[in-house]
Design a protein around this ligand. Structure first.
Ligand code: UAG
Ligand code: ATP
Ligand code: API
Ligand code: MG
Length: 486
């Protein structure tokens, strides 16, 4: 593809430069292949401009970025006002195929669940569908493990192009605040945007909550085009701001939840009642009532299911069929997932790794703990340190027995992370080894108890220092149960 086709007029007036033939895109000098266009991006840790020489040595045919380097280069340099945005738009042109229907969801919690639910609803309605997010790419054709919630633009656009070639017509994906802030998903033709909720997260990246919310609002301000659907959970303090952003852009507003517009295009939750490990729901949409059984535990899963239903309806699916499909939803792996029981006490694995999610998970399980509600959790290293005491206090307040263990310590001292949580969790016990903590918690379960192991959900590794060791909460629970059975 020609440089001009990728970068438009930014490629400049020199016809020789505009006609440079580019065979691939790269943002990391270590991944450059001969013929690639290298984007030198200024980042959180370093500046890609420092690696221009390395990229050219590896075969980069041209370089694009911010201010040009002081020294002359042996290949053309294209100066861009917003290099990250230009990269995403170039990736969209390089990988041009996209499913006809694409929904993106943002919010502090629930994105992975909403993306999985939307994919399942579409699948049930007979569409070939896929989801992309924290748990990777999932479609009926392929499953690819991912490491970021919103992949970098090159990986994202390549995956979208590949699944379209596979025949996928419907895609739901997660828009993280990092992804929105760094223009990772620009160029994706989003037909509908979803918003779940906002609470404290990523305060190591965003200077304050307003910056964090603004990053999320980019989905409605810049990405969903006028006329597209905006499905917004209406039950939160921030909901009005999100609705205002959607309305300012002439999006089709669909509010969902107890304050949802059930008389109109939204979905109102009229009533909810626990029914074993499921919930009976009464819903209203366009003035019509629907009664359904949602086979999931946790009030928050109702919010996620309604945002997913809204995204499906907002992109043209039949409401009746969508509500019927909710009755067959399966939770995303490691999201308040019932994985076993001991002594009659249910054992759940959950991905709560931030304060609000931990509170919601514990509140959701309270009805299942006639006797003691037990939680095993920790906090990740190299992430917002402020959330540690908040999570400690929440665990102490909401659970009856608290075991503080390790999550992914990364480069930090695991004992110091635990100490920060324990300082705010009077009465909590400390067992650093996560497998041991899980074993002890299971061993102590009595009839009437309920246990939740929080923080790592679907993860299959534990990052200690620079190494990732194989670790899975699912396997640790299975091992602990097997050891007790033998
Ligand atoms: C803090 C952050 O978000 N960083 C992301 C960002 O990297 P960056 O540009 O800031 O990286 P940098 O290390 O400063 O390097 C600057 C540039 O130099 C280049 N470089 C660097 C070294 C070298 O030898 N050669 C070279 O060319 C790098 O490729 C980069 O382009 O842009 C990269 C490409 O898109 C991302 O991979 C990277 O994600 C890192 C790995 C990360 O850990 N991100 C996490 C925090 C994240 O994004 N999380 C969110 C939210 C999760 C949630 O929902 O909770 C997610 O979407 O996953
Ligand atoms: N709607 C919700 N409201 C509050 N908490 C929720 C909600 N949905 C999920 N949670 C909690 O957050 C955890 C993560 O859920 P999920 O993976 O669906 O969200 P996410 O936004 O994708 O999170 P992440 O940004 O970490 O990938 C769940 O395990 C649960 O504890
Ligand atoms: N996307 C989140 C996941 C956190 C998961 C938790 N297990 C941890 O390691 O802190 C992050 O990278 O901050
Ligand atoms: Mg996610």
């Amino acid at each position: 593809m020609k440089l001009h086709d990728l970068l438009g007029d930014a490629a400049g007036r020199d016809p020789e430069i505009a006609a440079v033939d580019v065979s691939g895109l790269a943002v990391d000098s270590r991944a450059v292949r001969p013929g690639d266009l290298f984007f030198a991006l200024s980042g959180a840790k370093t500046d890609g401009a420092r690696f221009i020489a390395a990229a050219i040595a590896a075969g980069a045919i041209a370089v694009a970025g911010g201010s040009p380097p002081g020294t002359a280069l042996s290949v053309p340099y294209v100066e861009l006002p917003n290099p990250r945005l230009a990269l995403a738009m170039a990736a969209a042109r390089f990988y041009p195929r996209q499913p006809a229907t694409i929904a993106a969801v943002t919010g502090t919690s629930g994105k992975t669940s909403v993306a999985a639910f939307t994919r399942q609803i579409w699948q049930k309605l007979g569409h070939s569908s896929a989801s992309i997010g924290t748990v990777g790419l999932v479609s009926d054709k392929r499953t690819v493990y991912g490491s970021l919630t919103t992949p970098d633009p090159i990986a994202l656009h390549r995956q979208i192009d590949e699944i379209t070639q596979d025949g996928v017509t419907h895609l739901a994906f997660e828009a993280s605040s990092h992804g929105l802030d760094q223009y990772r998903l620009d160029g994706v033709r989003v037909s509908a945007g979803g918003f779940t909720n906002l609470s404290r997260d990523h305060m190591d990246y965003h200077p304050d909550l307003a910056h964090y919310l603004n990053a999320k609002l980019r989905l409605f301000r810049d990405l969903v085009p006028p006329g597209g659907a905006a499905v917004i959970s209406a039950d939160h303090e921030c909901s009005a701001d999100v609705m205002a952003a959607a309305q300012a852009r002439d999006l089709r507003l669909m509010t969902v939840g107890t304050h949802g517009d059930g008389a109109g295009a939204g979905i109102r939750l009229v009533a909810a009642a626990i029914d074993g490990f499921a919930q009976q729901l009464q819903l209203q949409h366009c003035g019509r009532m629907y009664t359904i059984r949602l086979p999931l535990v946790g009030a928050f899963q109702v919010e996620n299911a309604l945002v997913a239903a809204g995204l499906a309806i907002g992109t043209g699916s039949d409401p009746q069929a969508v509500f019927e499909a909710l009755e067959t939803l399966e939770g995303a792996k490691g999201r308040l997932e019932l994985v076993g029981e001991h002594n009659g006490a249910p054992i759940f694995i959950d991905y709560a790794h931030k304060p609000d999610a931990l509170a919601k998970a514990l509140q959701a399980l309270r009805p299942y703990a006639a006797r003691k509600l037990v939680v095993v959790f920790g906090a990740g290293g190299d992430r917002d340190t402020g959330k540690r005491p908040l999570m400690g206090a929440i665990a102490a307040a909401e659970a009856d027995r608290v075991i503080v263990t390790d999550d992914n310590p990364r480069s930090e001292d695991p004992a110091a992370i635990r100490a920060a949580i324990l300082a705010a969790a009077p009465g909590a016990r400390e067992i650093g080894d996560r497998a041991e903590a899980i074993k002890v918690a299971i061993g102590e379960l009595q009839p009437g108890d309920a246990l939740v192991i929080a923080g790592k959900g679907h993860e299959v590794g534990q990052i200690i220092g620079g190494t990732t060791l194989h670790f899975s909460d699912h396997e640790a629970v299975a091992d602990a149960l097997a050891a007790r059975a033998s």
